[in-house]
Design a protein around this ligand. Structure first.
Ligand code: CMP
Length: 143
């Protein structure tokens, strides 16, 4: 069993794609363990994207993530990190294959709708950044 953090970034909320994107994770069979709507502060955005500090797109990326509300989700299930990344597609929406979230709905590199943890280790760090432990819910699987 693995957990991953998925963010529906401000463009997903602005474009009313929250239901469409969330449905894809549900249909795949991942189980929802956390869900909240957050207008990220600069401090949270800096922590979340610390690995990109110094890159040419860093300031623009922070402005984007803090531009409006983000839906933060924790999904759990077998290979949740890899499954989440496969559902999202590749970073550049223009290069992401049809059938993936970015391939179907994004054309931009920055405004690419979703973020997903890239390893189980990073997932644990990112989940702790966006959620308090008591905001995560564990319940019996019926599947
Ligand atoms: P994400 O998966 O959230 O991880 C880092 C984010 O930085 C990425 O999605 C994009 O939103 C953004 N990003 C990555 N590369 C670039 C780039 N070359 N120019 C602008 N934004 C980028």
């Amino acid at each position: 069993m693995q957990r991953t953090l998925i963010l529906l970034k401000p463009d997903a909320v602005q474009r009313r794609l929250v239901g469409e994107i969330t449905a894809r994770f549900e249909r795949k069979g991942l189980r929802l363990a956390g869900l909240k709507l957050v207008h990220a502060s600069r401090e949270l955005a800096e922590k979340h994207y610390a690995v990109h500090k110094g890159k040419p797109f860093y300031e623009s990326l922070l402005a984007f993530l803090t531009s409006g509300p983000t839906v933060a989700l924790v999904w759990e299930g077998r290979e949740a990190v890899a499954v989440g990344r496969n559902l999202m597609g590749v970073t550049d929406g223009a290069k992401s294959p049809p059938g993936t979230i970015r391939g179907d709905f994004a054309l931009s590199v920055q405004n690419n709708l979703v973020h997903g943890s890239d390893s189980a280790e990073n997932a644990a760090t990112e989940i702790a950044l966006w959620f308090q432990p008591d905001e995560l819910v564990t319940y019996a699987a019926t599947d």
